[in-house]
Design a protein around this ligand. Structure first.
Ligand code: C2E
Ligand code: CA
Ligand code: CA
Length: 390
């Protein structure tokens, strides 16, 4: 066998792989004919004859099981090799529920072929896949519980103060979702937020967050001597949803006629390759809805976004703040981000401020706003009212 780049050749009569081999590549047949042969009742049986354009050997890449059949070159053949790494990376990037479906389909396929061959047992799925299966089933369960929980009013909003660093006065709050599940107790947003964001449920949850936030903002205004704003997280699916734009029009644009006290936080990665993202941003500009670029610098750190779209605020991610007091590189990054933002007419918020030293560095660098446990953790509404009355 000769391997030239990602292509390889076999002579007529050579086996490309044999039943029972450990497989770590799949093939696309470019030239020639390949037979797929399995041992059925102890006699070799041709299952399939492949011609150029066909793909084979892919199953072993997906579920790590030994080859379930042999592949024999009937003529001289030219093949393109698909490596395990190529397939694995893509499967791992797929949503866990798709991974689950793939695993279940594979399991079904393996047990059916084992039956045809008269094998009673199949060692599939491997321990690794059993674990994956278990995790995916757990995610599906959690998602349906979240759906139920949302209907049963188990979601709450907490509010984390955003402080104007120059004056140390509360300028606004970031609205953060909380889920107090009747079954599991408190579930971390790090777990349920990505799950909600990956499902259509985020549109309804997002609508609810907006409604609740507006009610809370109007209530808090009665207790606050100054104007305050809310900063609300918006997921990629929401940005791309026509329905969500309608909801914003109705709930925000229709409600506040002059300066809109609600900012929308979007992640840099939501903007990636999306014409819908562009129309969303244009929509927000048209109606003067302030936009915050959240977690800037953690994704693609694509400066062309800053050139193409006008944001009001850039949020410096907590990973740059964590070691700010000791790490010179973090200081340089923060300094540059703040100068860049100011130069382009945007304000800056630093998130995750946990101590006085970090605060001092940020103040010296001219950062406009900050939030973090040093000032306050996210709080329920009644505690926010008390805080504003102090
Ligand atoms: P995020 O938007 O980056 O939110 C900031 C996170 O940092 C919050 O975590 C907040 O509690 C946490 N945090 C605040 N101060 C500090 C600090 O001083 N140190 C550290 N280490 N962390 C701090 P949380 O509330 O667990 O939220 C996690 C993520 O869940 C959020 O990250 C956001 O991506 C998502 N999320 C939360 N609420 C919503 C929502 O209403 N809609 C959407 N789409 N996503 C949401
Ligand atoms: Ca945020
Ligand atoms: Ca953030």
């Amino acid at each position: 066998m000769e391997i030239a780049s990602e292509k390889c050749q076999f002579r007529a009569g050579e086996y490309i792989f044999r039943e029972g081999d450990r497989g770590d590549v799949a093939y696309i047949l470019e030239e020639g004919v390949v037979e797929i042969i399995a041992n059925i009742d102890n006699s070799p049986t041709v299952l399939n004859t492949l011609t150029p354009g066909d793909i084979f050997g892919e199953l072993a890449l997906i579920d790590d099981s030994p080859r379930s059949a042999s592949a024999l070159a009937k003529t001289d053949v030219l093949l393109t090799v698909i490596s395990k790494a190529q397939v694995k990376a893509r499967i791992e990037q797929a949503h866990p529920i798709l991974q689950l479906l793939l695993t279940v389909i594979m399991k079904h396929f393996r047990s059916e072929t084992a039956k045809i061959r008269g094998n009673k047992s199949s060692d599939f799925p491997s321990k690794f896949y059993q674990e994956k299966l278990h995790n995916s089933i757990e995610l599906i369960r959690l998602e349906s519980e979240l759906y139920q929980g949302f209907k049963n009013n188990e979601l709450l909003l907490f509010y984390q103060p955003i402080i104007e660093l120059k004056t140390q006065i509360i300028a606004g709050f970031e609205v953060l979702l909380r889920w107090l599940s009747s079954k599991r107790g408190y579930v971390s947003p790090e777990i349920f937020a990505p799950l909600a964001e990956a499902s259509p449920l985020i549109i309804s949850i997002g609508e609810w967050v907006l409604e609740e936030s507006i009610k809370a903002l109007l209530l808090l205004k009665e207790h606050s001597k100054r104007d305050i704003f809310f900063s609300i997280n918006v997921a990629e699916k929401q940005i791309k949803s026509v329905k969500f734009i309608e909801i914003i029009k109705e709930k925000i644009v229709g409600k506040f006629n002059r300066e809109i006290p609600i900012k929308l936080e979007i992640l840099e990665r939501s903007l990636f390759e999306g014409s819908e993202a562009i129309s969303f941003i244009e929509f927000c500009r048209k109606y003067s809805i302030p936009l915050v670029l959240d977690d800037f610098g953690t994704g693609y750190a694509n400066l062309s976004y800053l050139k193409k779209f006008q944001f009001d605020t850039v949020k410096i991610d907590k990973c740059f703040i964590e070691n700010l007091e000791t790490n010179n590189k973090d200081q340089i990054i923060c300094k540059s981000l703040i100068e860049l933002s100011h130069g382009l007419g945007m304000t800056t918020v630093a998130e995750g401020i946990e101590n006085q030293k970090q605060l001092e560095v940020l103040k010296n660098l001219g950062c406009d706003y900050g939030q973090g446990y040093f000032f306050s953790p996210p709080l329920p509404q009644d505690q926010v009212i008390k805080l504003l009355q102090q």
